[in-house]
Design a protein around this ligand. Structure first.
Ligand SMILES: CC(C)(COP(=O)(O)OP(=O)(O)OC[C@H]1O[C@@H](n2cnc3c(N)ncnc32)[C@H](O)[C@@H]1OP(=O)(O)O)[C@@H](O)C(=O)NCCC(=O)NCCS
Length: 296
């Protein structure tokens, strides 16, 4: 995944950060902005969105150690847009009626951006970074603050939630739901690293990190609180204090179940949903998930 130009480097970005934090402090401190200050804040927000769209600032970036770092000020900037924007009538015609915050129109793209947005009901909000070679099948919804790396395919009915970070050459399959998080501002968004396949109908939520080359089989749901059972290494992965749930690099996860071994549920013979790592990626997995290059 491209490295963090990420919010914390560069003089221009630092200046932007300072200004965003200052406006945020005033607004959350209960101060009413004058018309002039409001106008300036909106200009500032427009500059901020240009940087978000270009991927020069991101809600979370990966450090050299491989750990992900969240940038709360970027999330504050995104929230600022909601505070500053009035709801306007942005209907396409009398038959296609839409109403939304004027600060969050749909993303303005041109051919030169080098992405394919196949016609038919997709909505990409302003503040989304799409690297070259991204393909988006209809209908998909990409919320503000999200980042999609080069060559990634977002399939039909997929959701990319606010601030979610999707790596390069990933496949986010049909109906997969990648959760978003804006608040609390310090919370890590969902992170999908490079070369990951998220199968159809999956749900990945609450700041879960899916490490490089992992394969999340169709129908797997991962929330921050879901333990993942590794049937290869004989271990269980859980979210820990200060660390999100992580799917290890190259893991192949499929939906399974486990017996409940205590209490009345045991007496009743119940079992509960459990995602299981059945293997680590091999040639057979590669063949199963090979991206259809002709379709790109
Ligand atoms: C995970 C997946 C890629 C298979 O990977 P694979 O490496 O080819 O897996 P294998 O066939 O070697 O299976 C390994 C084991 O897991 C089991 N398994 C594989 N996929 C499974 C699944 N989805 N659910 C339950 N068990 C599964 C196999 O039965 C096998 O167990 P066994 O050895 O006891 O028989 C595939 O099941 C999958 O989910 N693909 C995504 C499909 C999809 O959503 N496409 C998007 C279209 S838009």
């Amino acid at each position: 995944m491209s490295e963090a130009q990420g919010g914390e480097t560069g003089a221009e970005v630092s200046a932007l950060k300072v200004e965003i934090e200052a406006v945020w402090a005033r607004l959350t401190g209960g101060e009413a902005l004058s018309e002039m200050d409001r106008g300036r804040a909106r200009e500032l927000f427009s500059t901020f969105k240009v940087e978000l769209n270009a991927g020069r600032i991101r809600a979370a970036t990966r450090g050299e150690s491989g750990d992900w770092e969240v940038h709360p000020w970027v999330k504050r900037g995104i929230l600022l847009g909601f505070r500053l924007g009035e709801v306007i009538d942005c209907s396409l015609s009398e038959r296609f009626r839409y109403f939304d915050k004027e600060t969050y129109p749909t993303r303005s793209l041109t051919l030169a951006d080098g992405v394919r947005v196949v016609p038919g009901g997709t909505s990409i909000r302003d503040g989304v970074c799409l690297e070259r070679g991204v393909t988006i099948m209809p209908p998909a919804f990409l919320n503000t603050g999200s980042f999609v790396g080069e060559g990634t395919m977002i399939d039909s009915h997929a959701l990319i939630g606010s601030c979610a970070q999707i790596g390069r050459r990933c496949h986010i399959s049909a109906a997969a739901q990648i959760g978003g998080v804006l608040e609390p501002v310090g919370a890590l968004p969902v992170i999908i690293e490079d070369d990951v396949l998220i199968g159809g109908n999956c749900g990945v939520y609450e700041g879960t990190i899916v490490r490089e080359r992992a394969v999340i089989g169709a129908g797997v749901t991962l929330t921050g609180a879901t333990p993942i059972y590794d049937a290869v290494r004989g271990t269980v992965y859980r979210r820990e204090e200060g660390r999100p749930l992580e799917v290890p690099r190259g893991a192949v996860v499929v939906p399974g179940s486990r017996l409940i071994t205590s209490g009345p549920a045991r007496e009743m013979g119940l079992s509960i949903y459990a995602p299981i790592i059945v293997k680590y990626r091999d040639e057979k997995t590669d063949a199963s998930v090979q991206l259809e290059e002709f379709l790109r």
